[in-house]
Design a protein. Structure first.
Ligand code: HEM
Length: 532
């Protein structure tokens, strides 16, 4: 058995030996005693001179960094992506053209509303963010487990998040949508109705992170070698199938284990049952986009698979738990603007706002402009630029040249027209500069109805019960009524069921849609790809 010296007062003094290296300060000064502060005499006051105590406490005091403003609670894992079908016809991105090559990835799953210490199982959207360390730089596919979003324009994101997070005066609820400010905002934003239908479905009560679908949501572009653009929507399909709990189970899990999803992901990886997803795409061009009965640039709309079928192109496997939660899961910085050459953005106004927001917030959260040097964020391909200095700079470049053009140094980095990123040469849209919502974004109810009516009777009754539960927590009568008036447009029977569940004596008047609600017919006969 190991022998430990005992200090003056009988405390354990573990000491370095052949298998335990010497404990040091950050400066490398060896520490003799890790139990006692320096004091003036026996039982005397502690001395300011004790640089070992000060360094230890100071570092501890600074251990917490700001948590993410949204998606603060997350669990992540390492793995790899393997392409099974090349998209060479559509894109030059090697990650989407080199079949069979394993690309390392880091995937982080999250809840949205709660803080970093909140529970795993509330009714909430789940983030599904994947960083691909490709040979042409990092590609971040920053999606959710629901294929649409609440709002159409990034201008409304701070309002949405302020409405869903805990209320500023009372600081609750910490991780739930069942409160007045959330439903007040939603009831005044008809564009959120489609997403609300998904939130009230069992999709927001995943059985496991391994059993969630994932979606890139926006239309992105793929660019071919000849500069041709094809729109693409990204989908993750869990190989275990999509599975949910019901509300009662979620509540029991919440009281039994706050870390239910994190533990499940950890356990499954530890025992070799690696979570796997198929990566699928929907591909379409401008002409096909024009045939859709809605605008694909509107992130509150899906493209039904009956109209544009999914094509499976690869597989994601998560097989390694992070070595350190803080260094990796906390410090990872995803950003939808991180795309390799061959992938580009669409004009979706929500995506356009996101392209700015993530880097901006990470400059604050991760303490300055050098967070891309953190091992979890650094590319795993060669990289070089002329950026220098700044807070927490880790690199020690040599030489005089940190600018371009230059003639003083033969190995300084330069741009490459042959392999560099180029944007799609989109013609400038006509029209004057203005703050306008496109008319093609005005249909807020048709897809909400399509989703509700696509559910089985059991699923529909779960949704009705969820709405009764959520809205019964709302104390403001006119907010409850406003919500029921939207539900009456989406599906009259649903509106009536919820009104009855809330004990309303009288049905409110149905909301007035900005444009007539369409009964969409997503049947194989309407497939757009086949018609081309
Ligand atoms: C974080 C998804 C819309 C701002 C995240 C994360 C995900 C995500 C998955 C967590 C990433 C991680 O695990 O670290 C989405 C999706 C959206 C959306 C799918 C809509 C389709 C927006 C919009 C904005 C925004 C419109 C702002 C204009 C942020 C910010 C963070 C974040 C500031 C925190 C990032 C960090 O601290 O690293 N989002 N988001 N998001 N999102 Fe979004």
């Amino acid at each position: 058995m190991q022998q430990h010296p005992i200090g003056n007062a009988g405390e354990l003094q573990q000491q370095a030996d052949s298998s335990h290296p010497v404990l040091t300060t950050q400066q490398g000064i060896p520490i003799a005693d890790n139990q006692n502060s320096l004091t003036q005499g026996n039982r005397g006051p502690s001395l300011l001179e004790d640089f070992i105590l000060r360094e230890k406490i100071t570092h501890f005091d600074h251990e917490r960094i700001p948590e993410r403003v949204v998606h603060a609670r997350g669990s992540a894992a390492h793995g790899h992506f393997t392409l099974t079908e090349s998209l060479q016809q559509y894109t030059t991105a090697k990650v989407l053209t080199e079949v069979g090559k394993q690309v390392p990835v880091f995937a982080r799953f999250s809840t949205v509303a709660g803080g970093a210490g909140s529970v795993d199982t509330p009714r909430d959207v789940r983030g599904f963010a994947v960083k691909f360390y490709t040979e042409e730089g990092n590609w971040d596919l920053v999606g959710n487990n629901i294929p649409v979003f609440f709002i159409q324009d990034a201008m409304k994101f701070p309002d949405l998040v302020h409405a869903v997070k805990m209320e500023p005066d009372r600081a609750f609820p910490q991780a739930a949508t069942a409160h007045d400010t959330f439903w007040d905002f939603i009831s005044l934003m008809p564009e959120s109705m489609h997403m609300v239908m998904w939130i009230m479905s069992d999709r927001t009560l995943p059985r496991s992170l391994r059993m969630m679908e994932g979606f890139g949501i926006h239309s992105f572009r793929l660019l071919s070698a000849s500069g041709k653009s094809t729109f693409v929507k990204f989908h993750w399909r869990p190989q275990l199938g999509m599975q949910s709990t019901v509300w009662d189970e979620a509540l029991k899990l919440q009281s039994a284990d706050n870390d239910y999803h994190r533990r499940d992901l950890f356990d499954s990886i530890q025992c070799g049952a690696f979570p796997c997803w198929d990566l699928c795409v929907q591909l379409f061009d401008e002409e096909q986009a024009a045939m859709l009965p809605f605008d694909h640039l509107d992130p509150t709309k899906i493209i039904p698979e009956e109209l544009i079928p999914l094509k499976r192109i690869g597989e994601l496997v998560l097989d390694r738990w992070p070595d350190n939660f803080f260094a990796e899961t906390e410090q990872v910085a995803f950003c939808p603007a991180n795309v390799p050459p061959g992938i580009d953005f669409s004009n979706d106004p929500l995506l356009q706002g996101r392209l700015f927001s993530y880097l901006d917030t990470q400059l604050l959260r991760l303490g300055g402009p050098n967070f891309a040097q953190l091992p979890i964020n650094a590319p795993q391909c060669p990289f070089a630029n002329h950026q220098r200095d700044g807070h927490m700079q880790q690199a020690v470049p040599s030489g005089r040249v940190s600018y371009e053009p230059s003639s003083l140094q033969t190995d300084s980095p330069r741009a490459s027209q042959a392999s560099g990123f180029t944007h799609f040469a989109q013609a400038t849209p006509e029209g004057s500069k203005a703050r306008l919502r496109p008319e093609s974004f005005a249909d807020h109810y048709s897809q909400a109805r399509m989703f509700y009516q696509s559910q089985s009777r059991v699923e529909q009754s779960h949704m009705a019960s969820a709405m009764v539960f959520e809205l019964s927590k709302v104390q403001t009568a006119h907010v409850r009524e406003a919500m029921v008036s939207h539900l009456l447009v989406i599906d009259e029977d649903l509106g009536r069921r919820v009104a009855k569940g809330l004990g309303m004596q009288q049905l409110p008047r149905a909301a007035e849609p900005a444009m007539p609600v369409q009964d969409l017919d997503p049947s194989p006969a309407t497939c757009i790809i086949d018609r081309m």
